[in-house]
Design a protein around this ligand. Structure first.
Ligand code: SAM
Length: 226
């Protein structure tokens, strides 16, 4: 069943509660203009989804699916016998994704209003997409839950923002401020993938956008899902 994500209801023992609440508040304001802001990163979305190497009939989870901009590409990759799951904690972002699904008449897309930390799927997925989901990547609780939803050796692809290296480093205050607008925990941008990395095999990473972005991919380590 779809879950309702309410950080207030998680209580003080939910360590990600404050970060999640900040993110939900930011996307309450951002949702309406979100799609218009995504044009420049469309090629990155295509490359990240290609890195999943999806096959017809497979199951994939779009983590923090937002307004559902990846759904059509994921559906095309898994075909009519495949299944695309999407979860997002922001009611405003997910509402746009749900309208997209209704408008397109997709029957093999299932969207859930859920924090990644709490997501439940009816079956293990073959692939996990993290497209610009920095807060999720920094949460050990979210990563543990998500990897528990994947079969061993499931493919994982990640795209996001990171700090510029080397001589471009003076621009990193701007990178931080840009990330601040989209995340509850906007820091830790040197190696944003470093909490999922120990959980994966065959990690590969390539910088994008002159080094202020990255695309990474790997497979869920069998030892982590056993
Ligand atoms: C930058 S948007 C990316 C949306 C989508 N993946 C895309 O590529 O267009 C980040 C999304 O992550 C969601 N998000 C942030 N933290 C989350 C969490 N803990 N659980 C579920 N969704 C989360 C936000 O609500 C937002 O929709």
């Amino acid at each position: 069943m779809p879950q309702i994500s309410d950080p207030q209801a998680d209580g003080p023992n939910e360590p990600d509660g404050p970060v999640r609440a900040k993110s939900i508040a930011k996307y309450r304001k951002r949702a309406a203009g979100y799609d218009a802001s995504c044009g420049p990163t469309w090629p990155i979305r295509e490359r990240t989804i290609a890195a999943l190497q999806l096959q017809p009939g497979q199951r994939v989870l779009d983590v923090g699916c937002g307004t559902g901009l990846s759904l059509a590409l994921l559906r095309a990759a898994v075909g009519p016998d495949g299944m695309v799951f999407g979860c997002d904690q922001s009611p405003e972002m997910l509402a746009i994704a749900q309208q997209r699904q209704i408008d397109a008449g997709w029957s093999n897309v299932r969207l859930m209003q859920s924090a990644a930390q709490q997501v439940e799927l009816p079956e293990a997925v073959d692939a996990l997409l993290f497209h610009y989901t920095h807060d999720v990547l920094r949460s050990p609780a979210a990563l543990a839950r998500l990897l528990a939803c994947a079969r061993p050796q499931a493919r994982v692809a990640i795209a996001g923002v990171k700090y510029f290296p080397g001589w471009l480093a003076p621009l990193n205050l701007w990178v931080y401020l840009k990330n601040y607008g989209y995340n509850g925990a906007p820091g830790e941008l040197a190696t944003p993938w470093d909490r999922i990395l120990p959980l994966l095999d065959d990690w590969q990473m390539a910088p994008t956008q002159f080094g202020m972005g990255y695309i990474g991919s790997g497979r869920v380590s069998a030892a982590k899902t056993a």
